[in-house]
Design a protein around this ligand. Structure first.
Ligand code: IMP
Ligand code: MG
Length: 185
C-alpha cells in the first residue's frame, strides 16, 4: 500500500517529535521572538524549502509587523551527505537597509548554510540580525555558528518531516521522525 497516507509513517523507524510537541515549542519560540523584537518591525528571511512549515507556524503566532522574504540556500544535494558548497541566490532588489532581520531555517547541522547566509546578510547595512532554527544537531558545527533561537536539540541523526526531506519527500509529515534504513523491518 505505498500510496496510502499511512505510507509516510510506515517508512519511519521512529517518531522523534510528535506534532503536538512541535506546535507547543514553536508557540513558545514565537513568544520569545515577540518579546525580543517588541516595538520593532521584523524582516524575516525564511530559508526554503525546509523551513516552510516551521516559518508558517511560527510567524502566525507573532503579533508584530513584518516582511517575509524567502531564500533558497542549499548545502545538500538530495542525499544525506553534506557538501561544503552553499549556493545562495540573492533576491533581486532586496533592500535590508536599517532592517531588523531574523533568519529562520529548519535545522542546524554542519552549520555551513546558516553561516553562509548570516555572512551574506551582515554585508548589508542592517539594524540588527538574529537567527532561529527549529532543530539543532548535537555535533560540532563546521563554523562557529550559533542560532539565537533553538527549538529542540537532537542527536546527530538524519530526520525527516515538518518541512525536512529525504530526496525531496516526507516534508508533509506533521511530526519529525527518523527513517527506517533499507532492509529494516
Ligand atoms: P547545514 O548547512 O549542514 O547546517 O545543513 C542545513 C540544511 O541541510 C538544512 O537547512 C536542511 O535543509 C538540511 N539538513 C540537515 N540535516 C538534515 C536532516 O537531518 N534531515 C533533512 N535535512 C537536513
Ligand atoms: Mg534547508
Amino acid at each position: 500500500m505505498p500510496n496510502e497516507v499511512s505510507g509516510l509513517f510506515s517508512d519511519l523507524h521512529s517518531v522523534l517529535l510528535d506534532a503536538a510537541s512541535i506546535q507547543e515549542r514553536v508557540a513558545s519560540m514565537a513568544a520569545a521572538v515577540e518579546r525580543d523584537f517588541a516595538g520593532k518591525e521584523i524582516t524575516v528571511i525564511a530559508l526554503m524549502d525546509g523551513a516552510l512549515f516551521f516559518v508558517a507556524d511560527l510567524l502566525r503566532h507573532i503579533d508584530l509587523p513584518m516582511r517575509i522574504v524567502t531564500m533558497s540556500a542549499s548545502s545538500y544535494n538530495g542525499t544525506t551527505k553534506s557538501s561544503a558548497e552553499v549556493r545562495l541566490p540573492w533576491p533581486v532588489g532586496l533592500d535590508l537597509r536599517g532592517q531588523h532581520v531574523l533568519v529562520l531555517d529548519d535545522i542546524l547541522d554542519t552549520g555551513l548554510t546558516l553561516a553562509a547566509v548570516m555572512e551574506r546578510v551582515r554585508r548589508e547595512p542592517v539594524a540588527s540580525l538574529k537567527s532561529g532554527v527549529l532543530l539543532e544537531k548535537r555535533r560540532a558545527h563546521a563554523r562557529d555558528v550559533a542560532a539565537d533561537y533553538v527549538g529542540f536539540e537532537i542527536e546527530d541523526e538524519f530526520v525527516v518531516g515538518y518541512g525536512m526531506d529525504y530526496a525531496g519527500k516526507f516534508r508533509n509529515l506533521p511530526c519529525i521522525g527518523i527513517l527506517r534504513l533499507e532492509g529494516e523491518g
